[in-house]
Design a protein around this ligand. Structure first.
Ligand SMILES: NC(=O)c1ncn([C@@H]2O[C@H](COP(=O)(O)O)[C@@H](O)[C@H]2O)c1NC=O
Length: 548
């Protein structure tokens, strides 16, 4: 039931509200004494709970215990301390209304004009690996109740949930009271805070309680009919992310854009920028694709990206002295024309030798786990390059969310690569070790290429990439054309099966020595026959890597 509708004429105007009585109840005591001192000096009565009250009292400031307001001692190990009408009527009375004021007087309850609350450290307790019972105990109940009550009643009460706002509030108190505008802003922050807090709690429940009680919750869970997927999806998803930057513009200059970060995650949105102009929207998209490609390899690897597609991916040469420098040189050699203005990701610390080469090539972004000091010195001399380090705890996302009109798609990240031992020899002779390594490299690298994807590789480096075409024949043509003479003797990977022999025939005519592809087309026999006729080995992985 909604509350009563009041006649607008009953509301008395209230902009600046002088602060006479404040309620302080905080777990995070940062700057608490500065605030208490300023309130005491301004003659504000401070009412407070347990350890907040003792901290203030110990510092020599007068404080009223909340128990003396409620007439009720803190109970049930602190589960009930402020949950009382003597507190909540003081928070919720709308003093623009005469009858609220009269009722409060009748009840003998004084109003609060300022409420300062921060909540039990639920997220930190989860992160500490504490047992479930301790985590549950850190779900704050009385705190959010006070925050929400005060925020609802922002016409009368200023609610502060973060020590970073103390300064502004102290200034307002000293200047004669909080303005409506300030209270509206604080209320907005307060509701954001409780929503984010509850999201942390519900996420923990989904991941730790719900998952363990599948049978109990099965009726609510959405299961797929597909036998291959045993994942159950939670009934709802929420995204809690904080604005980290307003970007100059989006994909194009007429589009506004912002960057939001999800706390506790470790990807490209969390990277530290060491040098260069502000990252753009497209820089983030490409840097993400570059990191995704380079970190598919455990060996030192470099990926160079343009428009979310690789124009070169490579491992170090077998005899390389400086592995990451070698990987970069070989990735660049794949398609130097396209690599101009590219975004590079290295999965190892950037060395001086790599920096020297990169410095000579126009590059938008270079992201890596770190930079040798000499490498940084060389690269920071270049005005136009942006240098980013990934967080130390960088880990791949296990799930991906994509927006579509009216909703979102969620899927597990494509992180599985069928190992060579599981492949089927579909045509030709089994390959030697060097060719096997090239095929494995190509099969991993092709995953980073937008479908339809064909990647030619030689010696652990891409030599020709055909990407993003609406038919596989064109992708084969593109890969072969880009490779030029290097197609001869290379190996080829196709992200999905060849629906006809025509695409494979382009690769065979160009002289590839082995092909890896998922297989599974109704015309596999025609494709295999083409490979057999050309005397070329073909493996089926039984698994595809579409990437859109
Ligand atoms: N139970 C209650 O009535 C209650 N009232 C306030 N709190 C929380 O207790 C904390 C302050 O603790 P202390 O009592 O030590 O000052 C704050 O984080 C506040 O959000 C409560 N605790 C949890 O629900």
């Amino acid at each position: 039931m909604s509350g009563p509708r009041h006649d607008p004429s009953l509301y008395r105007d209230r902009d600046v509200v002088p602060v006479r009585r404040a309620l302080l109840s905080v777990s995070d005591k940062t700057d608490l004494l500065d605030l208490a001192g300023a309130l005491a000096e301004a003659g504000v009565e401070i009412v407070s709970t347990g350890s907040t009250a003792s901290t203030i009292r110990d510092a020599g400031f007068a404080v009223t215990d909340v128990a003396s307001v409620t007439g009720f001692a803190e109970a049930l190990d602190g589960r009930v301390k402020t949950l009382h009408p003597a507190v909540h009527a003081g928070l919720l009375a709308d003093l623009r209304l005469e009858h609220h004021e009269a009722q409060l007087t009748e009840l003998g309850i004084s109003p609060f004009e300022l409420v300062v609350v921060n909540l039990y450290p639920f997220a930190a307790t989860v992160a500490s690996g504490a047992p479930a019972a301790d985590i549950v105990e850190q779900i704050d109940i009385g705190g959010p109740a006070m925050v929400r009550a005060s925020a609802k009643n922002h016409a009368n009460v200023a609610i502060v949930v973060d020590p970073s706002a103390y300064g502004e509030v102290i200034e307002a108190v000293r200047a004669g009271g909080t303005s409506l505008r300030l209270r509206q802003k604080l209320a907005t922050l307060a509701f954001e805070h409780t929503a984010s807090y509850d999201l942390g709690v519900s996420t923990w429940f989904t991941e730790n309680v719900y998952d363990q009680w599948d049978d109990t919750f099965a009726a609510d869970a959405v299961e797929t009919d597909d036998d291959e997927s045993e994942v159950e999806y939670a009934p709802s998803i929420f995204v809690d992310a904080d604005l980290a930057a307003v970007l100059r513009y989006g994909e194009n200059s007429h589009q506004a854009a912002g960057l939001y970060r999800v706390e506790g995650e470790s990807g490209i949105a969390q990277a530290t920028q060491l040098h260069g102009k502000e990252m753009s929207y497209n820089n983030y998209v490409d840097a993400d694709a570059a990191v995704r490609a380079a970190y598919d390899f455990s060996e030192p690897a470099v990926a160079i990206i343009k428009h979310a597609n690789p124009c070169g991916i490579a491992l170090a040469a077998v005899d390389a002295v400086d592995a990451i420098a070698s990987a970069h040189e070989r990735a660049h050699a794949c398609d130097p024309v396209s690599a101009y203005g590219g975004v590079i990701a290295a999965n190892r610390v950037v060395t001086r030798a790599m920096a020297e080469t990169v410095a000579g090539i126009f590059t938008e972004v270079l992201v890596a786990p770190g930079f040798e000091p000499e490498a940084l010195e060389i690269l920071t001399a270049k005005k136009n390059i942006r240098l980013l380090t990934l967080p130390d705890d960088f880990e791949r996302e296990s799930d991906e969310i994509r927006q579509i009109s009216g909703g979102f798609l969620v899927q597990e990240a494509d992180a599985h690569f069928a190992p060579f031992d599981s492949w089927t020899l579909a045509a030709g002779e089994p390959v030697d070790d060097a060719t096997r390594r090239d095929l494995e490299f190509a099969w991993t690298a092709v995953r980073a290429v937008k479908s339809n994807a064909i990647l030619l590789a030689s010696g652990g480096a891409s030599v020709g990439v055909g990407m993003g075409q609406v038919n596989r024949v064109d992708s084969c043509e593109l890969a072969v054309t880009r490779a030029g003479d290097r197609a001869e003797g290379s190996v080829a990977a196709s992200d999905a099966f060849f629906p006809f022999a025509d695409g494979a025939e382009i690769l065979l005519r160009a002289g590839v020595r082995a092909i890896v592809q998922p297989g599974g087309s109704i015309r596999d026999d025609e494709v295999v026959a083409a490979a057999v006729a050309a005397g070329v080995t073909m493996y089926f992985t039984g698994e595809r890597h579409f990437f859109h």
